[in-house]
Design a protein around this ligand. Sequence first.
Ligand code: BYC
Length: 333
Amino acid sequence: MHDDALSETRSESRSAPTAEAELERRFEAMIADEVRIEPRDWMPEGYRRTLVRQIAQHAHSEIIGMQPEGNWITRAPSLRRKAILIAKVQDEAGHGLYLYSAAETLGIDREDLLDLLHTGRQKYSSIFNYPTLTWADMGAIGWLVDGAAIMNQVPLCRCSYGPYGRAMVRICKEESFHQRQGFEILHTLSHGTPAQKAMAQDAVNRFWWPSLMMFGPPDAASTHSAQSAAWGIKRFGNDELRQRFVDMTVPQAQALGLTLPDPDLRWDERSGHWRFGAVDWDELDRVIRGDGPCNAQRVERRRTAHEDGAWVRDSAEAYAAKHADTTRATAAA
Ligand code: BYC
């Protein structure tokens, strides 16, 4: 669709009370033409709800994801490692903020989203319900968890909803940096003493399968994939992205000199893919339902952090109100 035609469509959809079917037809045409949907465009309620669900889950994952890594800030093995880890955890907070802002453009309040997280009514990624037991886990999270996140999130930069797609561009750039720092931590450990190499291997053993679960259930069991793909929200199915992640990661594990804990992992010459063993979908189900090793601890910590931060929000609101009063008084003078 040409720009002129698009702006005509948009201004009409904003001003004229067109019949719902016509609005829907225009929406579908925009999706088919890969024209981005923006906050003021008409959209079906299901599209809006799907985006709120996915963006909120994503935002929650970013801020809950600060906990397992924050756990190692005080015990990072050097000042350099500590500074890098602090910056990474701070990046995750920033990702959460862009994503909550993107969700707010869909007419939902950030406080309400946080309430849904704190009361267990909205999910966050299963991966953050696993503990970080050693320093090598910082490497495994960066390499595998950020690696899986990038694989999943780069296609979201082309999401049909503008504010989400644009937020993802910056997030993916930062995640790429995170992935490299994780790889570098593991590379140092795997080329260190035998004890350090064993620590790196143990971290990879524990994070490999949960990383594969980050892509969601198999396509056949995925409730939302087909509709999300039709709306241009998801560009690939869960299984395809999982396979791409395995194909990308196996050679990297070889470069690290570490093994992946899957006896069925083998190169399939015919398809040109690494074939992997069966994922334990019952485990994903259990962790999503709240029965992972750290679910209760993560949500409790998040609630406490929110309560502890109440004074900051109150102060910011009071400052904003005072600033608005001053601006009004100056304008009236
Ligand atoms: N964990 O129909 P499906 C990050 C839920 S990276 C928890 O396939 P969909 C970070 C799913 O929500 C992690 N829940 O759903 C990285 C749905 O439940 P509801 C966050 C999961 O939405 C490094 C149900 O299962 N990334 O933040 O089409 C450092 C059926 O699934 C999981 C994102 O969120 C799971 N692993 O696809 C710091 C990326 N898998 O909602 C931070 C954006 C599935 O019906 N999100 N579920 O109750 C997505 O791409 C998609 O939402 C998913 C799932 C691929 C995750």
